[in-house]
Design a protein around this ligand. Structure first.
Ligand SMILES: O=C(O)CCC(=O)C(=O)O
Ligand SMILES: [Fe+2]
Length: 294
């Protein structure tokens, strides 16, 4: 496969992975079987505008990010007051309900990312942190140990290889997946490296068997499973790449977070309208100062 982003075309796989957002059965089945799918036109153009504005306002209010830089803002949704309407949007909310198999869900975590033109690739990794039962060493190990989807993301300026788009490895969501052919999983099973290579930095190449570059429009939702391995291309376009995601888990999957509810999370829980309070029953917020980075 060529690794020139501009030459990479949308692949034809042996199965469908793009569905109308109402095809919840297909969406859940594809994510369970292949580890990912795309729900089409989840957001109205007006909601795309709202979310773009809220990503800028919360993540980089002074437009201080320089060329080549990127910034990830954890618990973005806590502060993104204008985006809370997502919780009223059944076209969106039915997606996590379908993946989790229940309507009894709460917010697990959220984030928004800005990647300015020239920003670097994101090396291959899984967000899942259930490889061990050892006491959690950081917030990711607290919040990403269960079998809830790691990804429910809007790429608000579209996902495509030239624009820092997301890519996944198909079928890498299965517990017995041992890495792409020609690669091996790292000892912690967070990532993989080429056959004979030493473990070190995350691998950032795009010449990987099973790689699926995702092409989406701004209102589409990218869904991926708890363990799915993914990476992102560098942003080679003139425009900043904007994305945001809100992840949910079953309310019955309790998390006993080793931190006090952080102030933005407390303010969020208090300010949410009564009809939305069930989505924060069990919400922990995130305290990135807990443990080591990650
Ligand atoms: O920026 C992206 O497209 C992917 C980011 C990601 O995978 C992560 O932050 O865990
Ligand atoms: Fe990730």
């Amino acid at each position: 496969m060529t690794t020139e982003a501009a030459d990479i075309r949308k692949p034809t796989l042996g199965y469908d992975y793009e569905f109308d957002a109402e095809r919840l059965d297909r969406i859940a089945a594809c994510t369970a079987e292949h580890g990912f799918c795309i729900a089409k036109e989840v957001l109205s153009p007006a909601m795309v505008d709202v979310l773009r504005r809220e990503v800028w306002r919360v993540v980089d209010p002074d437009r201080a990010l320089g060329a080549g830089e990127s910034r990830t803002w954890h618990a973005w949704f806590d502060e993104a007051t204008e985006a809370w309407g997502l919780l009223d949007d059944s076209r969106f909310m039915n997606l996590p309900r379908a993946l989790l198999g229940t309507g009894e869900i709460c917010i697990n975590r959220s984030a928004a990312i800005i990647r300015r033109p020239g920003s670097a690739a994101v090396g291959w990794h899984t967000d899942w942190r259930g490889q061990t039962d050892d006491p959690p060493r950081n917030a990711g190990e607290v919040l990403n140990r269960g079998s809830w989807p790691s990804g429910i993301w809007f790429y608000l300026t579209g996902s495509r290889p030239t624009h820092g788009g997301l890519c996944v490895i198909e079928d890498s969501n299965h517990a017995d997946w041992a890495g792409p052919e020609g690669f091996r999983l790292t000892a912690d099973r967070y990532s993989f490296v080429p056959g004979g290579a030493a473990e070190g930095e995350r691998y950032e190449g795009f010449d990987i068997p099973g790689l699926v570059p995702l092409f989406t429009d701004p209102g589409d939702c990218i869904l991926f499973a708890d363990r799915t391995f993914h990476g992102a291309f560098p942003n080679r376009e003139e425009r900043a790449r904007l994305s945001c995601g809100v992840g949910f888990r079953k309310r019955s999957d309790l998390i006993d977070a080793p931190w006090e509810l952080p102030a933005p999370a407390r303010a969020f829980v208090e300010a949410l309208p009564e009809r939305h309070k069930r989505y924060v029953d069990g919400y922990t917020g995130i305290d990135l100062s807990f443990g080591s980075a990650g």
